[in-house]
Design a binder for this molecule. Sequence first.
Ligand code: C5P
Length: 210
Amino acid sequence: MIISIDGPSGSGKEKIAKYIAKKYKLYHLDSGMLYRRITFLILKNKIDINKKNHIKKFLKDLKHISAKKHKNLRTEIISKATSKIAKNKEIRNFINYQQKIIVKDMLKSYKGCVIDGRDIGSNVFKNAKIKLFITVSAKIRAKRRHKQLIEQGEKSIYSRILKGIILRDKTDKKREISPLVVPINAIYIDNSLDFKNTISQVNQVLEKKL
Ligand code: C5P
């Protein structure tokens, strides 16, 4: 059983996915983490993604990529670079394949998986039993991110965070391959209010569909 959760940057997909995974004892795969880790490795190894041969060799040597979460992959620098690198066809194919392998493997020990990203219900797991699409305005997302960075003791300028979010939305929605779209049959979850409100919407959907 697969549940897909798609939505823009900072819409709270991960928190919702974690909640569902815990409640129903499912495996949670954060596909954004795969894109973030590959971006980190590309930057570290100074791979020129405009050179097809370089990227092909890099992916061939890499073989697998871990979905393990790491807070260093959540920095603003990595976020910005990831949405650019995620436009690349070879990288998307590689990550999609990795997701299929991870899910197949996890389904041996879990009764299902919750996967969050941008193209999960529309492209990677079109067969998902339940497809959720999370909405929150860019301003609310920027306010939350700004607050989080300040609380972590990091420097943050609200207007810059908002600009970054708007730009990432645009890059994700306008890209040629697998853009961020609302999957057919997806159910909207509005995550603008508090988490309790969001969870009550999620529970309503799950109780009806599961
Ligand atoms: O979800 P998260 O913000 O961690 O994703 C980081 C970036 O990875 C996104 O801005 C997006 O460009 C890319 N991504 C993607 N497809 C996915 C998940 C993430 O293109 N399924």
